[in-house]
Design a protein around this ligand. Structure first.
Ligand code: GUN
Length: 293
């Protein structure tokens, strides 16, 4: 059984990007510049955005963090997005989600220029990805694709079952696994909260991608012997034996499922670290005008 090491793979990708940034510097080219908009004081969002900005710094990117009050109006946020859209020095823009309830995620997402949408959330990039055109692909599904590729996991002709249909993970994941490419060419079943006989379906999965957001939801009886299991979940649970008082677990019961899987991503250290690496890669592509030449 292989434990898929997302931490190491993400470090490899970051080193590759840092090497390219060093080349760009020598060539006198444009240093990639990521802007992140953070609205309010949500603890998890602050941590995520902080990690993204820190990673930019580590690999030699420029970054700008724009912090706005929880009470900022939708109109004002749209104005800030517009300003970043028009700033030629900024290559990529992310608006950290979730946004406060009084702001429409759709309106804000739709305002981001597709050329700078390194989160791959705009209708333009989701559509282009679906058509198998060059596109910014959302960080988590892109990170999973990269893990499958680098671990040389065969996907062609395999049955891939995705649990969860979110716009950020499950839905794009199902499209990427089905499309004509490598990884890809899988027969995909997208399951969700209304799926009947879920266990019967997951038992037939050669590749099982779990993004349901429920701690240890997938148990060994749901998994076929030899399956590849990708766990997107991340949950904090109380653990008095830890100094921090908590530990992280995923959507998959790792101890028992790893006994049956041929390869599995752990939590932490699996899919999680890959998301920032994907975002940085998209930002490099934006600076080099690879998607929209
Ligand atoms: N919130 C949770 N995941 C993400 C992400 O990948 N991008 C943004 N902008 N917000 C998020």
């Amino acid at each position: 059984m292989i434990v898929i090491d997302g931490k190491k793979t993400s470090q490899d990708i970051k080193s590759e990007i840092a090497a390219r940034v060093a080349e760009i510097k020598t060539e006198g080219g444009k240093i990639p510049h990521l802007a992140a908009i953070l609205v309010g004081n949500d603890g998890a969002s602050q941590t995520y955005v902080g990690a993204k900005v820190k990673s930019c710094h580590e690999i030699g990117f420029e970054s700008t963090l724009i912090r706005l009050e929880e009470t900022v109006s939708e109109q004002e946020l749209l104005r800030v997005v517009e300003k970043v859209n028009e700033n030629p020095d900024i290559d990529g823009l992310i608006v950290q989600l979730p946004l406060p309830n009084h702001i429409s995620v759709e309106k804000v997402t739709d305002k981001i220029k597709p050329e700078k949408d390194v989160d791959g959330f705009t209708p333009a990039n989701v559509g282009r990805m679906t058509l198998n055109w060059p596109a910014y692909v959302a960080a988590t599904p892109y990170g999973i694709v990269e893990l499958l590729k680098r671990y040389e996991i065969e996907t062609s002709g395999k049955h891939c079952v995705v649990i969860g249909r979110s716009h950020i993970v499950g839905s794009p994941m199902s499209i990427l696994m089905a499309r004509n490419g490598n990884p890809g060419n899988a027969t995909v079943t997208l399951t969700h909260s209304r799926t009947q006989n879920l266990k019967e379906i997951t038992q037939t999965a050669d590749i099982l991608i779990v993004a349901i957001g429920k701690p240890e939801f997938v148990t060994a009886d749901m998994v076929k012997e030899g399956a590849v299991v990708i766990d997107v979940g991340i949950h904090r649970i109380a653990d008095s034996s830890k100094k921090s008082g908590f530990r992280l677990i995923g959507d998959v019961k790792f101890d028992e499922v790893s006994q049956k899987a041929s390869a599995i991503t752990p939590v932490p250290g699996g899919v999680g670290p890959m998301t920032i690496a994907s975002l940085l890669y998209n930002t490099l592509q934006a600076a080099e005008k690879k998607i929209y030449p």
